[in-house]
Every structure is written in C-alpha cells, then in structure tokens.
Design a protein around this ligand. Sequence first.
Ligand SMILES: *Cc1c(COP(=O)(O)O)cnc(C)c1O
Length: 841
Amino acid sequence: MHQSVFDEFKTSHHKEMALLEKLALDMRWSWNHEADTIWRQIDPSLWRMTKNPWMVLQRVSVERLAYVFSQPHFLAQLDEINQRREEAQSKISWFKQVHPDSALKRVAYFSMEFMLDEALPIYVGGLGNVAGDQLKAASELGVPVTGVGLFYQQGYFRQEIDRHGNQLVRQPYNEPGQMPVSPLRNANGEWLRVPVRFGGFTIWLKCWVVIAGRVRLYLLDSNDPANLPVHRTITNEIYSGGPEHRIKQELILGVGGWRMLQALGEIPEVCHLNEGHAAFLVLERANWYKETYGVSFWEALELTRPGNVFTTHTAVPAGFDRFDRSLITHYLGDYAEKELHISADSLMNLGKLNPGDSSELFNMAFLAIRGSGGINGVSKLHGEVSRALFSPLFPRWPLAEVPIGHVTNGVHMASWDGKFSDRLWTEACGKDRWRGDLETVSSNLAKVPSVDLWNMRNEARAHLVNFARRHMANQYRLSGQEQLACDAEKMFSKDALTLGFARRFVAYKRSSLLLMKRERLAALLRNTDRPVQLMLAGKAGPGDQVGLSFIRQWMDFINEYGLHHRIAFLSDYDMAVAKQLVRGVDVWLNTPKRPWEASGTSGMKVLVNGGLNLSTLDGWWAEAYESRFGWALGDQENHEQDPYWDEKEAEELISLLENQVVPSFYERNAAGVPERWTEKIRHSMAELTPRFSANRAVREYTEAYYIPAASRYVERALQNGERSEAFLQDRFKLIADWGNIRFGGQVWIAEANQVEVSLEVWLGDMNPDWIEFQLFADPSGQFGSEIHEFGLTHYEAKTENTHYGIRIDTPRPREHYSIRMLPKLAGLNCPLELPLIRWWE
Ligand SMILES: *Cc1c(COP(=O)(O)O)cnc(C)c1O
C-alpha cells in the first residue's frame, strides 16, 4: 500500500526521479560538490550526517519530494547540474587528446579494496586509497579503466576507544540498498552471477556495479542464497580470517573477476594487478585464452602475460601472501587438473622460487611476476627495494637490471582538498585544474600572496578544531566520561600549531616514537606562549598486540599528564576522519621504519591543503623532501638492525619540533603572517601537489605501462594466430639451443683510452639473430654502468665458429669490463619473460 504510493509518485515524476537517481548513483559526488545543494534541500540533517546522496534518496518521503519538486528553483538547479555533468562526461579527455589511436581500449584494475568514499566502506587503508584515487583520476583523464573488486557487506571494523585506551571492535552490517551500488545486469537484463569452483563446490558470485564519473567498478559478492551459508560469508569482511579464508577471497577476485568480465563481453587488453592478491587472475586469463584459441595452458600464459601489469606494494618479505601446499592442492588442485590441464605441482611451482623445493610456500607475488609483462613498485625507493627483494627470480642479473620499475603513488587532489583550499586553488588555477596535464598549475599557485595562504590555513584549522570538538564530545560521552564530553567544546585552540598523526597502528609505523620523549613532548603541549596541539587517529589490527599497545600508551600519556585540552585520540579513523585531519593540520607527522613504508599516501593529502610534512625519509618523502618543503628524519639509510636508532630518531623528531617547527610557526611579520612558514607552504603546495597527484600517477601508468602492455599483447596474442605460433616456437627453440653454445677464445687489445675485443663462439643450432653479446661494466667511482653490443664479424654455417668484435673508446681499465650473452628474440621482454644470461668468465 505505502509502496504503491511511492511507486505512483515516481511514475508521475518520472523525469525528475530519473535525474536524481542518476546523480545519486554516480560517485562523482565524492569529489565534485556541485550537487550537494540538491541533497541538502531534500534532507538537510541526513545529508549532514551521511554525505551519501543515495541514502538521502532512499529515505525521503513522498511529501518532501513533492515539496522540493514544486520549487521552480530546485528543478532549475537539478536540470543545470545534470547538464553540467553530461558536459563533463562528454568533454574530450586527456587520453583521447594525447593518445587518440592507442591499442589500449580497456584496462581492468583488480584490487582487494577500493577507497572511493566513506559511503562505500570496502577498504582498510593505503592500498584501497591508491586504487580508489586512481579510478577517480582515470575518470577525469578519460583513461578507460574498469575496477574489479569484492563487495564486503561488513567492510572493515569500526573502532571505539574505551576510557582505558582499549580498542573495541564494532561490526555494523552495511545494507547494500543504502550504498551507491546497483545490481550489474547482463544484456538480457538478468542480475549477473558468475560461478567459481573450489574445494569441491560451486560458489555463485553476485555482481554489483559502482559508477564513478566515466569509470565503472564491478564488485563480486558471495552472499547469494544459492550458496551454502559458509560460502555466503566469504566476502563478508575485508582481510578477515586466516590464510584459508584469504585464498578463497583471492580466488573470487582473480578467477571470478575475469569470468565476470568475460560474461559481460568486456575483455580487456590490460589487467592491472594492484598487489599480489589478484594474481590468480593470470591463470584464469590464460585459461580463457586456451579455451578460445585452442592452445595449451603454457602457451596461453606466454601469449597473455604481456597484457598483465603487476604493482607490488610490499617492502619486506613477510608482507607477501603465501599459501602452503595443502591449501593450494585443496583449493586449486581440481582447477589445475580439470580446467587448466596442468598438474597441481606445476601450478604450485608458479609460486615458488625453486620449483623443486617441496618446503617452499606458494608466493602470490611470484605468480604475479611470472604472469606479468610489466612490474612496478610505488616509489623510487620502493622500486630499488623491490628489485632487491625479487632479484632471486633473476639469477646472475645485475640488481639494476632486475625488471621492476616504479610509479610513485599520488592522491586524487579533488577528493582530499577542503573547501578553503579548493577556493584558493580555483582562484589561482581554475576549476579544471586536475583534469589535464598540470603544466601551469605550479606557476599559477606560486603567485598566491602569503596572506591569502595564511588566511586559508587559519580557516581550515578552525574548521578542523570544530570537527574535533564534536567528535571528542561524542567519544567521551560514549566512554562514560561526561565531564570531558562537556569540556570538549573548549578543547584545542583555533590558532595553535596543530600536529596530526593518523595511520594504521602497526609496529613499523612506530606510532609511539614521540612518546620516547614524553617530558619534552608534554612541555611543548603545555606551553601557553607558543601552544602546540596534537590530533591522533588510527586502527590497530584486532589481534595486533603491538598496535593495540600503541593506542593505550597514547591514552595513558594523555591521562597521566592531564593534557585532554591539547591532545586527542580520535576514534574510528576512516576516510571521513582522514579528510578532516589532512585538511586542517599544520604539520603531518610520519615515523615509519625505513624502508618499510613502500610509499605512504596520507602525507600527500596535506599538500593540496597547505599542510607541511615532517617524516622519515622513507617511501614518497624520500624522493620529495627538500628543506624548502618541510622536515625530515633520518639519513636516507636503513638502520633496521640498529637497536638505538629509534631513540636517535625520537631525539631528532622532538628537537626538530622544539627548534625549527614551533619557532618558525610563531615567527610573525607586522601583518601577523609567519613568512618563513608560508614560504614553505607555497613551495610545498605549488611544486609537490602536482607531482604527487593521482593525475600524474595515472598518466605515468598509462604511458609507461598500459599502452606498451596493450600493444605488446595485441601484437603477440591477438593480431595474427600464425605469428603467435611462430613466436612460441622460436622461444622454445631458443631455450633448447641456449645450453649448447660453446664459448671459444677471446682476444683483448687494451690501449690508452681504447678497448678492443674479439670473440670466437660455437653457436650450434642457435639462430644468431636471437642472441647478443655485450661488453658490460658495473658503475665504479666516477663511471656509470656501461653496456656495448658486439658486432657479428663472421658467420658462415652452423658448423663453423662465429666471430664477434667490438672496439670502444674508454678511459676505463680493461678489468672494469666483462662479457655476457643474452637472448634477443623480437617481441620477447628480457629478462622478465626469460631471465637467461651467461657471463663469459
Ligand atoms: C590515506 C589513508 C591511509 C593511508 O595512509 P598512509 O600514509 O599509508 O599511512 C590509510 N587510511 C585512511 C583512512 C586514509 O585516508
């Protein structure tokens, strides 16, 4: 009866309702605020609480809708906003403009988590942040990316902090009907469901779609009544349970994810694996190719791998997902034998360093590497760290040539800027500033007068203080501390230097480093002439005793020193809390143990808002830091083994605060502006914001990874069946003939500034076009590394010796050089796809 009232109303206001639904389901609202006024008019209080347009639309009454629809200005606004949205969608994008004829038509981006907005809580932290921000930037740049992930109805836990500093775990159920997701339907209009078989059962996966501007995010959900109850809960929570739960989720992401794309007929040229979690995808992609083109699994893997791009986010071996043999056999044994037609052992070997070693676990990152045509770390330093971590897969290759590059992460600035910084940027650089190539952004922002920068900072800080007061009043009331709750409206000052520290509380982030200097910290916080305040937030993994103890240590510190008015631990760190903090703080602190922080992204979020960074020289800050931008801890070296290093960095941190940060914040000119400080803001905002934006990162992925991957994949796997057959045969023959090559004599003539070498080699059956000889020198002293190719000087027949020669001008002594032989087959990506190398001793 009531439903029918609503349905009738919807029918009679079909046009307006359709517009509202379209707007509410496009998560572009998480970074574009044009339509906020619409939702505010429909339900001001629900809008303020949730910032979720879809929820507002689900809850609204017919009377209220009838009322707003009767307002001509509302209807006019709705029309105009929709028009602007459509214009933005159809505007020619960076990708179309710069790469109009690219082979790249579709990238599928696989990730266990996506952080798009707090209204869709399917994320934990950094990894989801990278995925979500890159989808948004892809939308604005017009890069044809589709996300693939899991739909967790309980997401990640919500955090409560009790009066003793204990973390309490809350797990509210998120009703899909109130989240901005819709059923993903196939061409027949059916709700798409895809099957995955493991452990002897078929699991049906329901598919959902999220719209974010020009991109789509598809989500898989095992909560389908056709499944057994145990299987319905597989996708309940993110990263919950042990390895057995994890392997099921990863099979759903990789195998189910590919099948979903296949069922939709949306086969991508490029699959991007965000971390090793998604690596089972390479198996299913090859399986699809094998079935479609009638080749073997191994051939299919070689033909499809150029189309896979793998981004590793881990800086230490312990960070990789590993599964033991029994799990692989149980969950993938049948899949290997009945579907891929390979043995479970050979599948197991794809995840091992040493295929013969029965004690080795199955490493998802190794599978990802063996199935990808391009690999990258997430900062310059992390690229180096990853080359060292994965070098055992490339035996005898110099570290510098381990085929792992880097694309430093960036954040989606339009999602993280606040209203005050947005206003300032819009005046300096226009509304479309993050949609193009960013060329003029720096120079325009650099012209903003100091006093404007400073006013913006004061407004933003005041806004944060208001938020923190409301948040802490609730939090203290919840934990039964009524007096503190009442006092919360007076806590913090709108003018005081505000430090922020928020992140996951795990050991390597050393969240309690500052507490090693508690007396001096307390003195800073108590100072009334030059007041300093500190806002903290972060969740600890429910079983992580170290992380949990960090939270308690901070709460003990606050209680013991009675510093409630100057320092607060804000509960339930999520995207909403993060936004408030990064918009308002003056200084963002970060203290990871180098080199554990692969990149870090939260510090990038303060850039656009004029916050400054004080951080360990790790991850992104190791490549960004210069003294004109902020402050640094450490010396660009790793000191993991040094038991005194934490103490040393704690001392450095507190001294920096005492001697540099606080004095320069409070040093004011006649107009009350701290000029040394605003100069830093100007440099940091103007120069670092574009460099560490997701816009830059996505353009880099597109040009350095996606487009080359698409071309190589199309070239190898799609263009011409005969050619791919020839490629496979050549590759096979190259490997067979490689071992039969015999090195004969070498003659060196070293004169002043010249080295001349000739070689005699017996090639056997090897095609001379498929190998090359190189004169190689490592970097040494003032000299860089050198690679020179030998020329073929004499080749007659297979039975004869072949001669190679080279002459180079060089000031280096002969001892610097060595001779090596490499494969060089057209289209083969060495050493990634074939890590053969022979050094001629
Ligand atoms: C940005 C963000 C992160 C990632 O921060 P790090 O710099 O990697 O510590 C984690 N959680 C939330 C809620 C965030 O917004």
